[in-house]
Ligand binder design. Structure first.
Ligand code: NAD
Length: 349
């Protein structure tokens, strides 16, 4: 195993991890440990090249610092990426090699599930390190975080709809959902139970077929979803999908979803604001998952009640952000970033 330091001035520590026998190649990025050990999932996907994977790790780990701070957790921000196709390349050897890489950081970074990973994969990683959460079994096991992530997004949808439209009864709402994986599936289930109408898309036709069947959703192609008419757009797939090309296409009053880093650039928050589209900052809306994971890292004994109270606090934070953004006539993302900076640098605020 080769673990080499990567120069990243804004980050506390970044390493490239490579293990030829198992095929492991990736990066672990620790953005900040100011509030506690860095925590954030490991993502396995194909990347065009190493630079793209490193960029993703750097961006996502910074996002975790913001997410953990906004959720009021005593955790810093970190993230790992593995350059591999989860359908073809994942093996116990590769996962164990990754576990050894995590362990080499001596608890500075805690890993958990992200795209392409499952609780079973966490168990395999856990054979080599104790710095892993999102396990299915064990004294403080928190399992798959996506149902709680979806619950947090659902709460954010209700709160954002109230701010933007003046109603919170989702029987009035049509919601378009992009990405029908773990988070998207549970979100569609909650929205259907609340009486919302669903418009959905995914690049995987099986995921679309399942949601259309179970929740009577109308399906559109992946490129069509941006232009469909809906009250609320919920991006639950990949990042950077709100950009100078897609934002002018949107026919929705609100964007609230689970995907990390939905804005391609900082200007895109302003672009949405200029179009009168209320954007719920993703690193606040999707904080439910890391709250759930935190019960395991922090060894919380009454986990369910603790998660419920933290989700409520997260929703209040979202409410405060939207109120302040409205009063200041600025993008909620700007306000959310300011609030996190106040937490991270209290004296400078
Ligand atoms: P997942 O891999 O289970 O699902 C992602 C889905 O998006 C898949 O069905 C995939 O086919 C689809 N997809 C990919 N590219 C697409 C595209 N261009 N158009 C339409 N669909 C596309 O992942 P997940 O766990 O559901 O996570 C979804 C997003 O939420 C990710 O950005 C992840 O980082 C973020 N997130 C997840 C959690 C969690 O608890 N799982 C927590 C916080 C944030």
């Amino acid at each position: 195993m080769k673990i080499t330091a990567v120069d990243a001035p804004e980050h506390a520590q970044v390493v490239r991890v490579a293990d030829a026998p198992s095929g492991l190649l990736g990066f672990i990025a620790v953005h900040s440990t100011q509030l506690g050990p860095a925590a954030g999932g490991v993502r396995m996907r194909r990347y065009d090249n190493e630079t793209a994977a490193l960029d993703d790790a750097l961006r996502l780990s910074r996002g975790m610092t913001y997410k953990n701070a906004a959720a009021g957790l005593p955790l810093g921000g970190g993230k790992a990426v593995i350059i591999a196709d989860p359908a073809k390349d994942k093996s116990p050897e590769l996962l164990r090699a990754f576990g050894r890489a995590v362990d080499s950081l001596n608890g500075q970074y805690w890993t958990a599930e992200d795209m392409g990973m499952t609780p079973g994969d966490m168990a395999e990683i856990g054979t080599e390190t104790r710095y892993v959460a999102g396990l299915a079994n064990g004294a403080f096991a928190s399992g798959d975080p996506s149902p709680i992530t979806a619950r947090g997004i659902f709460n954010a949808i209700v709160t954002t709809a109230r701010h933007r439209f003046g109603w919170k009864d989702l029987r009035k709402a049509t919601v378009s959902v992009q990405g029908l994986g773990h988070v998207g599936y549970h979100l569609c289930s909650l929205l259907t139970a609340a009486g919302a109408k669903l418009i959905v898309t995914d690049i995987d036709p099986e995921h679309v077929a399942r949601i259309a069947r179970e929740f009577s959703a109308r399906a559109f192609g992946p490129d069509e979803i941006f232009a469909v008419e809906a009250d609320i757009f919920a991006p639950c797939a990949i990042g950077a999908i709100l950009n100078e090309t897609t934002i002018p296409m949107l026919k929705t009053g609100v964007v609230v979803g689970g995907a990390n880093n939905q804005l391609a650039t900082d200007q895109d928050g302003q672009r949405l604001h200029d179009r009168g589209i209320l954007f719920a900052p993703d690193f606040v809306a999707n904080g439910g998952g890391i709250i759930n994971v935190a019960t395991e890292i922090l060894q919380i004994s009454n986990g369910e009640a603790w998660v419920a109270s933290r989700l409520e606090a997260l929703d209040q934070t979202m409410d405060r952000i939207l109120s302040r953004a409205s009063a200041m006539n600025v993008s909620p993302n700007q306000v959310a970033e300011d609030i996190v900076r106040e937490i991270l640098h209290p004296k400078a605020a």
